[in-house]
Each structure stands twice: as structure tokens, then as C-alpha cells.
Design a protein around this ligand. Sequence first.
Ligand code: AMP
Length: 395
Amino acid sequence: MKTLNDFNFKNKKALIRVDFNVPLNEKFEVTDATRIVSAKPTIIKILEDGGSCILMSHLGRPKGVQDEFSLRHIVKETENILGVKVKFVSECVGEQARIAAANLQPGEVLLLENLRFHKEEEAGDRGFSEKLAKLGDIYVNDAFGTAHRAHASTTIIADFFPKSKCFGYLLAQEIESIDKVMKTGEKPVLAVLGGAKVSSKITIIENILDKVDHLIIGGGMSFTFIKAQGGKIGNSICEDDKMDLALDILKKAKAKNVQVHIPVDVIAADAFSNDANTQVVDINEIPDGWEGVDAGPKSIKLFHDVVMKSKTILWNGPLGVFEMESFAKGTIALGNSIAEATKNGAFSLVGGGDSVAAVKQFGFENKVSYVSTGGGAMLESLEGIVLPGIAAIIE
Ligand code: AMP
């Protein structure tokens, strides 16, 4: 696996695919700069080597050229974060881009306009990839968030740099973190899968059964397992057509010696509302008219004990409807347990959609080992897919 450390960038122009797809408010100010901050170590290493950086990214989902999706809006924020001037060119291919790249001096940073202003980007067009490739000497992919897409700038472009392509620090760190869970991590390995639906996690569960010693199934998707085993789940969320699958998963887990932990009690609410009446009930005895919305105290304790004896922990998906304050306790308790285990030396990876939001919202970001920057890319990695953006560098 080639990373930045395999190259000296002195007098080289690094063409870096970053993921600067950051949220903007109505004044076009960046409201969460995490992705820009995450790319900083890569950019600084190249500048310190005596090289220059040509940054390329997409922003949003424009239909053709639309000023509201211009990367011009993020130039100031990028300058503030990097501490160096950022030049901007209002196209990513074409004469202006070619001249701006050609004139770039060591120590300088150039940001190209939104790649997705051209439909060729998402189509993975070879001609477009080649035009981009001509701008730089070494291709660096540091965009985990788009590594699962075979787009021009994330995958196809790598063909034009057979000997001079590598991962940036961020992407390398993402790959190492996933490998720790899937391949190299110290045992016992635990995966905590929560969230709403079994159907969206099924491929992950099936793939992960070969890698883990313990599996916690929490949140809304646990009710499909409970009902399949004959429990009464009241009005709780359930995918009836996935009950056979749930039983099959439990059978496979047993055959593979994976210990599966499912909630034993639950906070039941009489409405899907923060102000609903609630009661703690046995997970198999949820009364009609009530629905399970968060892990109960016995489940929290059970999960805590499993987390504390694990040395490698993956967390994907909340244990309850954490967006409502009244039903966030289980998710917060799990975050606390994982933070404690991490402090005691366990490796913990949080990734994929809502769990990242929960971790940030409740302040666990710096108390776990690694928070993934890619939603879809992380989920596909956990499904066992080799992401095209990663394969293109390794080949
Ligand atoms: P996912 O995107 O699959 O990780 O699912 C996250 C969503 O699952 C969040 O919006 C949670 O509110 C929801 N969720 C978690 N537990 C429950 C539950 N018991 N009932 C309904 N929704 C839930």
C-alpha cells in the first residue's frame, strides 16, 4: 500500500482528490469543516517536502454549472485551516486550469472548481480523467467519502499514474482502521450494530460474522429478531419479511461461535414522541399500543460488560431514537462504555451515517480511537467490498 511517505514531493505537483463536500449555510459559510481539517496533514506534508498541491473535489449535487455549488465559497475557510494562501481557478479542466497548474510554484496550493460541474466526472469518463491527470505529477487520493465511487477523479484517473499514485494520510488511516476491525485487531473483537432496519445492515452482518467474537444487535432492528423468536413487540418497528433472515443469522452466528447479544429490556413509549409516556418492559413483553424506542437499564448493563471485555470495537448505528432527547440514554451509555474501554486500551472505530452524528452530538469524538469520515464508503467496506478508489491505487 503506497502512502505519502513513499514519495518525496520536492518540485512535484501533487494532484490531490480531497473530499471538500462540506455543508454550507445560506450565506455560503462552511458550517462543519471536519473534512477540510482532515485533509490538512496530507497537504502540509507535501508543502513541507517542497511540492505544490492541486486540490480537486466535488461539492453537492449540481446540475451543470451552478454558482451555489462553486468551491470558490470555501476558499477562505480552507486558507484559515491550512494557514497558507489558496489560489482558485474557476474550472477544473480547460485552458485556465492548465495555465494555473503550470504556473504553480513549490509551496503553493491551487483549488480547482467543482468536478461535478462536468457530467463526465460521475460517468468516470476517460478523456476527462486524462485532462485532469495532465495537471499534476503525482496523484494522491485522500477522499475516503467518495472512494466507493468509480468516478473520473477518484478511480479512473489513477490509470494515468501507474508508478506515481498513493493514498493520502486520511485515506490510509481509514483503511488501517477498517483492517484493524476486519483483519488485524486484537481479540475479542466486538461489532455493535444498531439503527432502524435489518435490511440496510444485512450484508454487513453476514460479512462480519467471520471476523468478530461478539455481536451486539441493538436499536430498531433488534425487534425483527425478537419477534422472529416469538417475542411480543407491540408497535415496535419490525420488518416481517426479514424474520426468517434474522433466524438464519442467529443460526450462522452460533455455527461460527459468535456470541450474539440482543437487548433484554427496553424503554417502551406510547407514542413516537419525545413527550410520550414511557415504561421499562421486558423485551419480549411489549404491550400493544407501546413501542420500543431505547435500550433498557438491564440491556445497557449487559452491553457495558461485553464492551469492557472487548479489545477491538466497531460501532455502527444508534441503540435508540437518539434524535429525541428522552430516547438517547442507551446510545449515550454505549458511547460512555466504548470511551471507557478505549481508555483502557481497546481500539474503537465508529463509522457509517447516524452513529457518527451521535458520537459528535454527545461529545465522544475524541474518546474513541477513530471516527470514520465516510458514510457509504464505510458501510461498503464493512460489507467486504474492495472500494474502487482504493483498488485503483493498490493495483
Ligand atoms: P441507521 O441509519 O440504519 O443507522 O438508523 C438510524 C436510525 O435508527 C436513527 O434515526 C434512529 O432514530 C433509528 N432508530 C434506532 N432505534 C430505533 C427504534 N427503537 N425505533 C425506531 N427507530 C429507531
